[in-house]
Design a protein around this ligand. Structure first.
Ligand code: 9Z3
Length: 309
């Protein structure tokens, strides 16, 4: 048994997994014959430190990259499977988060009847979002499945990949989730909440086997697979991205630096690379880098489907 198979054996499937599998199957069957389908993963995974989990290891990802990209894929005609960290940003809903949402509303009283309305200054901005959301809902082209832990994520990733294998090169995988490289094995985890009066705990994290290998070679071998590489040291970025391409044989790594990720990424292919960025003017206008990333990818994917790359 390979290391990744052993790893899966050690992780029980998440609650509701059969239902998620069925929804994936129905989605791919209904839309797969005629459409391109992209699997977008988004947000960070948690790694529990106790079986009855009070504490866990998490990461910074807010899900902006994934949720914004899902919207642009939908408007480029894709059907989208969106696997996202519970409570991270979601397509369309991300425009209505927290106080931003409340600031868009106002009270109105007419004939002693009180109502709440969207402020006039926001109507034009909200219209395209609402229209696109209603179109995606109406056409059933968006399937959202949440995860919390690394284990939930890996089960969903595998199930979605295996479903997508039936549509060959029309499937794209866009792996933007920030997935933990480390975990605490189930048999090394305490059952109950760690007690501070027992002194500082010593926690030994193990390496998570890289799932890109079975994903590219076994689960969904004909898909257009795009992974993301995140670094904080710019010196390492291209080198590490090329290493990943050589190791896993997928099509493209989109490389980004933590601090500049919202306006600059590198597209790294096995033999060349280039920057996709936003200039000052585009940033001021509120253009999102994901619109450029998805535009470029949709073209590359079309060439791939046509057997041209
Ligand atoms: C990314 O690099 C994404 O672009 C971000 C997006 C997580 C930086 P936000 O959600 O951030 O918009 O706040 N995702 C992949 C990160 C990752 O863990 N990649 C692994 C690695 O770098 C490889 S799969 O080793």
């Amino acid at each position: 048994m390979s290391r990744w198979e052993e790893f899966y054996e050690s992780l029980p499937p998440p609650d509701g997994f059969d239902d998620a599998k069925q929804r994936l199957h129905e989605f791919c069957k209904r839309l797969g014959a005629k459409n391109k389908i992209v699997l977008v993963t988004s947000g960070g995974t948690t790694v529990p430190l106790e079986h009855n989990t009070v504490r866990f290891v998490d990461n910074f990802s807010a899900g902006t990259r994934g949720s914004a990209s899902a919207e642009y894929f939908l408007s480029s005609g894709y059907a989208v499977i969106f696997i996202f960290r519970q409570k991270s940003l979601e397509p369309f809903a991300r425009h209505f988060m927290g106080l931003k949402f409340l600031n868009m509303l106002e009270m109105a009283e007419e004939n002693e009847c009180l109502s709440i309305k969207v402020k006039g200054s926001h109507v034009e901005g909200l219209r395209p979002v609402l229209e696109q959301y209603q179109e995606a809902e109406g056409s059933g082209r968006l399937l959202q499945l949440p995860f919390t832990t690394l284990s939930d994520y890996l089960w969903l990733l595998r199930a979605a990949s295996e479903c997508l294998s039936s549509i060959g090169p029309r499937a794209m995988l866009y792996l933007a989730a920030a997935v933990s490289d480390f975990y605490v094995p189930t048999d090394k985890m305490p059952t109950h909440k760690m007690q501070s009066n027992e002194g500082p705990p010593s926690i030994s994290l193990q390496l998570v086997p890289k799932m890109l290998k079975p994903l590219v070679n076994i689960w969904v071998p004909n898909a257009y697979v795009v992974s993301f590489k995140l670094e904080t040291d710019a010196e390492l970025l291209i080198k590490k991205s090329r290493e990943a391409l050589n190791k896993y044989n997928h099509k493209l790594v989109i490389a980004n630096i933590l601090q500049t990720r919202k306006y600059k990424v590198m597209f790294v292919f096995p033999n060349h690379d280039y920057e996709v960025n936003l200039n000052e003017d585009e940033i001021k206008k509120g253009i999102e880098i994901e619109s450029k990333i998805v535009d470029d990818l949709a073209k590359k994917h079309e060439l791939y489907i046509g057997g041209m790359v």
